[in-house]
Design a protein around this ligand. Structure first.
Ligand SMILES: Nc1ncnc2c1ncn2[C@@H]1O[C@H](COP(=O)(O)OP(=O)(O)OP(=O)(O)O)[C@@H](O)[C@H]1O
Ligand SMILES: [Mg+2]
Length: 344
């Protein structure tokens, strides 16, 4: 049984419904990310799980118990925000000790636990510093220690790294993943950074307009997106309507014959990434050929990007730097059969 289950949740603000019939299931020890564009309801979802707000309808089940109406302070959950939210007037020690003091633990245990947790996040010796005397990354690690020290049953992160520079972000996300694997906590992590969420998660739930459109392992989502929205999210830029003519053979709407490695009943959409389309001289005899004309050529360092107008729509393709195709030139595109994904 899942550790956390959201069933048929409706949530929002006043008359404004943000999540509708929302379901989510998280296993014990799992690291799940919610990924989605700004305003799609990620924070709303976390706040509700944490107990900052109540759903309008539906159920939150945690460890087999109905948590829908359990108040915030009775849920042993941790929360790490984008803005750290440390107490500015408290030292690092007292910031981390806060949750333990609230739980009325004895002084010696608190001291032991706090010092241990500061060691875990690599902040030994920082006990008497104040947040203002620390860098962003250090503050974020204090926030992490403060959330972890209470040994939460569930730890939620709301874009915890978005205030840090790119290098530190990568370092911290490895750090969070290491801690999670070491301590085995269950986590829900919110971000709109695709790379970050794929790097850190066991499973990724991609949200679109208040629902989860696909929830799978990062590699499954990357290799087998189920919808056009998800496919676009993970770098597919070319989509063609296909009609099945038999086996793995399809016909594009300009009549071109397209052979794929995967099969799909009836009509579907073929998707392919820019790097999986090769560009050849006009009329070249190549598999899955589509004729087109170069509209735009963009220098991208190692690669060039071409926008090619074809009669099945505009293609974005990426070519070797030494392959030059001037704007206006007629070319033949070849779609790699085993790189075409078919979706409904
Ligand atoms: N307190 C509030 N009162 C009314 N509407 C709100 C409130 N908080 C958020 N909303 C609205 O609810 C929707 C979802 O907001 P939410 O904060 O969950 O988005 P998000 O996915 O976390 O976005 P972001 O990536 O920008 O943080 C938005 O349209 C937002 O304007
Ligand atoms: Mg948010």
């Amino acid at each position: 049984m899942a550790l956390l289950e959201l069933k048929n949740i409706t949530a929002g603000y006043d008359q404004n419904i943000i999540l509708k019939d929302f379901d989510l299931s998280v296993e014990k020890g799992e690291f799940v990310s919610l990924l989605g564009s700004s305003g799609c309801g990620k924070t709303t979802c976390l706040r509700m799980i944490a107990g900052f707000s109540e759903p309008m309808a539906g159920q939150i089940i945690f460890d087999g118990k109905d948590y829908t109406k359990v108040p915030l302070h009775k849920r042993n959950f941790g929360f790490v925000f984008q803005s750290y939210a440390l107490f500015p007037h408290l030292t690092v020690f007292d910031n981390v000790a806060f949750g333990l003091k609230m739980r009325k633990m004895d002084k010696e245990t608190i001291r032991h636990e706090v010092l241990h947790m500061l060691k875990v996040v690599d902040l030994e010796g920082f006990e008497s510093r104040y947040p203002r005397e620390m860098s962003g990354g250090q503050r974020q690690r204090v926030a992490l220690a403060r959330a972890l020290v209470i040994k939460p049953d569930l730890l939620m992160f709301d874009e915890p790294l978005s205030n840090l520079d790119a290098k530190l972000r990568v370092k911290m996300r490895v750090e969070i993943r290491r801690l999670q694997q070491e301590l085995g906590f269950t986590a829900i992590y919110v971000t709109h950074d695709q790379e970050e969420c794929f790097a850190i998660s066991d499973k990724v739930a991609i949200m679109n307009k208040g629902v989860i459109e696909q929830m799978d392992t990062p590699s499954e989502i990357y290799n087998r997106p189920k919808t056009e929205f998800i496919a676009r999210f993970v770098g597919f830029e070319n989509f063609i309507d296909l009609e099945r003519t038999g086996g793995c053979e399809f016909k594009a709407n300009n009549g071109a014959r397209i052979v794929t490695a995967a099969d799909h009943e009836g009509s579907c959409k073929g998707c392919i990434r820019p790097g999986d389309v090769t560009v050849h001289a006009a009329g070249a005899q190549v598999p899955n050929a589509i004729q087109g004309r170069v509209l735009v050529s963009t220098f991208l360092g190692q690669r060039n990007q071409l926008n090619v107008q074809t009669d099945v729509g505009e293609f974005v393709v990426s070519t070797d730097q030494n392959q030059v195709f001037p704007v206006g030139e007629t070319v033949t595109l070849s779609l790699a059969a085993n790189k075409i994904i078919l979706i409904d």
